[in-house]
Design a protein around this ligand. Structure first.
Ligand SMILES: Nc1ncnc2c1ncn2[C@@H]1O[C@H](COP(=O)(O)OP(=O)(O)O)[C@@H](O)[C@H]1O
Ligand SMILES: [Mg+2]
Length: 235
C-alpha cells in the first residue's frame, strides 16, 4: 500500500478569543505524519491535544500556519469541502462513545454511511464487515444501553472505520474503560491499522495506550517538547 506524508503541519498557531484578549492553545507546531502511523499526542490536560485533533479533522481552522491533510489545506476549504473531507476520509472516536441511544448497534454503524450513495446490499456488507472487525456481529440488534463500555467503544470503532477512512482520530478513547477493555480496543485498532493501513492518531495520557504506539509526540503548553519513535510496541 502507498505510504508517504498524509498530514503536514507547519508553524501552526491556534488562538481562542478570551474576553478582549486571546489565549494561545497551540503555539507554533511543526509536524509531519506518515500514512500508516499509529501515533499519539500525549501531554497533560490543557496542553492542546484536542485542539490539534480538531484542526486535523477539519472541525476547526488554524489561526496561523498551515495544516495539509491528504493534500488539502484545511484553512482554504469551503464548508462543503471540509464536510466532504470528513465524510470520506476521516473517522472520529471520542471518550464518551457518542452513540445514538434509540438506534441498534447495526443502525449506529450504518448511520455513518447514509450520506454515501451505496446500494442497500453494499451498505449492509460494509456494516457487517465493520462489526466483524470489532467482534460484535452477535450484538447487531442490541441498543447501546444493553452494552458494556468496552462494547460501546467497539461500536464506535466500527462506526469510525465503516467508510474505510484514511485517518482515524481518537480523543482519549480509553478514558472511560477498565484495563481489560482498554487493551481489547487497542488490539482491535492495531489490527485495523496493520490490515487496512489506516493512520491512527490518539490524544491520550493513558499509559496503556502508549504501550501500543509506534510514535509519541509530547505536547506542553501548545508546543511539541518531544517526538519519539517507539520500537517494540505491542502488536
Ligand atoms: N473554544 C475554546 N475557547 C477558549 N479556550 C479554549 C477553547 N478550546 C480549548 N481552549 C483552551 O486551550 C487549551 C488546550 O485545550 P485542549 O486542546 O482541550 O487540551 P487537552 O485536550 O490537551 O486537554 C486549554 O487551556 C483550553 O482551556
Ligand atoms: Mg482533550
Amino acid at each position: 500500500m502507498k505510504n508517504g506524508t498524509i498530514i503536514s503541519i507547519d508553524k501552526l498557531i491556534k488562538q481562542f478569543p478570551v474576553g478582549k484578549s486571546k489565549f494561545t492553545a497551540l503555539n507554533g507546531l511543526t509536524l509531519n505524519i506518515e500514512r500508516g502511523e499509529f501515533m499519539g499526542l500525549v501531554g497533560p490536560s490543557g496542553s492542546g491535544k484536542t485542539t490539534l485533533l480538531n484542526i486535523i479533522g477539519s472541525l476547526d481552522t488554524p489561526s496561523m500556519g498551515t495544516v495539509t491533510v491528504l493534500d488539502q489545506s484545511i484553512s482554504s476549504l469551503s464548508h462543503k469541502q471540509s464536510s466532504r473531507l470528513r465524510n470520506r476520509h476521516i473517522g472520529f472516536i471520542f471518550q464518551t462513545y457518542n452513540l445514538l441511544p434509540v438506534y441498534t448497534v447495526y443502525e449506529n454503524v450504518e448511520f455513518a454511511l447514509l450520506l454515501q450513495k451505496l446500494s442497500a446490499s453494499a451498505r449492509k456488507k460494509a456494516v457487517m464487515d465493520a462489526l466483524e472487525w470489532v467482534g460484535l456481529t452477535d450484538k447487531i440488534k442490541s441498543k447501546p444501553a444493553m452494552l458494556s463500555g468496552g462494547e460501546c467503544q467497539r461500536v464506535a470503532i466500527a462506526r469510525s472505520m465503516v467508510k474505510r477512512p484514511d485517518i482515524v482520530l481518537a480523543d482519549e478513547p480509553t478514558a472511560n474503560l477498565d484495563s481489560k477493555n482498554s487493551h481489547h480496543i487497542l488490539q482491535t485498532m492495531k489490527k485495523l491499522n496493520k490490515e487496512l493501513n489506516t493512520t491512527f492518531i490518539f490524544a491520550t495520557h493513558d499509559e496503556k495506550v502508549m504501550q501500543y504506539l509506534n510514535r509519541k509526540v509530547s505536547l506542553e503548553d501548545g508546543q511539541i517538547v518531544k517526538d519519539e519513535v517507539i520500537e517494540n510496541s505491542k502488536n
